[in-house]
Design a binder for this molecule. Structure first.
Ligand code: NAP
Length: 285
C-alpha cells in the first residue's frame, strides 16, 4: 500500500507520518506548498504522479475563529479541496480517509453523538468540514470519515500548549466551562487511522480519547500535572465571547469503533500525562 498524506506539517499529520514510518508503509507527505488543496489541477497532478492506493487526508483550514471572517477561504480548502481529492481518489480507485470534527454537530443535549445523528454545524469551519464529508460520501466508493475532537499533539499549536504559555505571564486564566468534549492526543489517534486505512472496514467513525471534560477542567488538569499554580476562572461560552459559536455538547460516542472491532483510545487524563511528559512539563507528576 502507498499512501498520500495531506497535512504533513500539521499536528495530526506529523504523528500520522511517524506511524506510517513505524509500520514501514511507503508514503508521500504533502503540505500546501507541494499540493495546495484549493488548486484542483495541482491536486490531480500529484495524485496522477504518485498513484497512491490510499489517501490519509489530515490537511485542513483549522482556524475556527478566523474562518468567520474568511468563509470563502475556509470552504475552498475544506469543502472544495476535499472534493478535488475525492475526485482524484475515485479516478484512481484509491481509498480515502477524511478526518472530520465534532464541530459538524450543534451540541444540544448531553448525550454522546452517534455517527448516525443529524448534523447541524454552528460555525463556518463546521459547515466547511461537513461539506468535505458530503463530497467524500458522494464521490468515493471506499471511504472512511473519522470525526475527532480537541486535538493535542507535539507539532503546532493547541489548547494545552496555549494554557502552558499563558500561565507563564498570568496568575489567573478565564476558561470556558460549559463546552464538554474529549481531548484527543494525536499520538493515540494516528495509529488508529493507519489501522483503519489498512482495513476494509469502511464507514463513518467517531474517535477521541476516552472520557469527557470541559475546557476549564482540561486547563486545571494541565496545571496540576505540570505543577503550575495558575488559577482557572470558569466562565460560560457567552462570557468568554469567542468569535465563532461552538457546540456545548461535543461528546462523541465511540460505539461505531467498538462495533468494527477497534479498541478504545486511552482515557484523556492518561494521554495528557504522556503529552506533558513529552513536552518536559511533567513537573507535578
Ligand atoms: N485541531 C483540532 O482540535 C481538531 C479537532 C477536530 C478535528 N480536527 C481535524 O483534524 C485534522 C488535523 O488537524 P490539525 O490540528 O492537525 O491541523 P493543523 O495542525 O492546523 O495543520 C493543518 C494542515 O493542513 C495543511 N493545509 C492547510 N491549508 C492547506 C491547503 N490549502 N492545501 C494543502 N494543505 C493545507 C497545513 O499545511 P501548511 O503547513 O502548508 O499550511 C497543515 O499541514 C483536520 O482535518 C482538522 O479539521 C482538528
Amino acid at each position: 500500500m502507498r499512501v498520500l498524506l495531506t497535512g504533513y506539517s500539521g499536528q495530526l499529520g506529523h504523528d500520522a507520518a511517524a506511524e506510517l514510518t513505524r509500520r514501514q508503509i511507503p508514503f508521500l507527505g504533502v503540505t500546501s506548498r507541494e499540493m495546495d488543496l484549493t488548486r484542483e489541477a495541482q491536486v490531480q497532478a500529484v495524485l496522477a504522479d504518485y498513484r497512491p492506493d490510499a489517501v490519509l487526508h489530515c490537511g485542513a483550514y483549522t482556524a475556527v475563529d478566523r474562518a468567520e471572517e474568511e468563509p470563502e477561504r475556509c470552504m475552498a480548502v475544506n469543502g472544495d479541496g476535499t472534493r478535488h481529492l475525492a475526485r482524484g481518489c475515485a479516478a484512481l480507485g484509491a481509498k480515502l480517509l477524511y478526518v472530520s470534527t465534532d464541530y459538524v454537530f450543534s451540541g444540544e443535549g448531553a448525550a454522546p453523538y452517534e455517527v448516525t445523528d443529524p448534523t447541524g454545524p454552528l460555525n463556518v469551519y463546521g459547515r466547511s468540514k461537513l461539506a468535505g464529508e458530503e463530497w467524500v460520501r458522494q464521490l468515493v466508493a471506499r471511504y472512511f470519515i473519522v470525526r475527532t475532537s480537541w486535538l493535542m499533539g507535539h507539532r503546532g499549536n493547541n489548547f494545552v500548549k496555549t494554557m502552558l504559555r499563558l500561565s507563564e505571564s498570568r496568575r489567573e486564566l478565564r476558561v470556558v466551562d460549559d463546552q464538554i468534549g474529549s481531548p484527543t492526543f494525536t499520538a493515540d489517534l494516528a495509529p488508529l487511522l493507519v489501522e483503519l486505512l489498512q482495513s476494509d472496514r469502511y464507514g463513518v467513525y467517531h474517535a477521541a480519547n476516552e472520557g469527557f471534560c470541559s475546557w476549564a477542567e482540561l486547563a486545571e488538569e494541565t496545571f496540576r500535572l505540570a505543577g503550575r499554580d495558575a488559577a482557572v476562572r470558569r466562565v460560560t461560552t457567552e462570557e468568554y465571547g469567542a468569535r465563532a459559536l461552538r457546540p456545548k455538547n461535543s461528546r462523541l460516542s465511540q460505539a461505531s469503533l467498538a462495533r468494527a472491532g477497534f479498541g478504545p483510545l486511552p482515557p484523556w487524563q492518561e494521554s495528557l500525562k504522556v503529552f506533558l511528559r513529552d513536552l518536559g512539563q511533567g513537573g507535578g507528576l
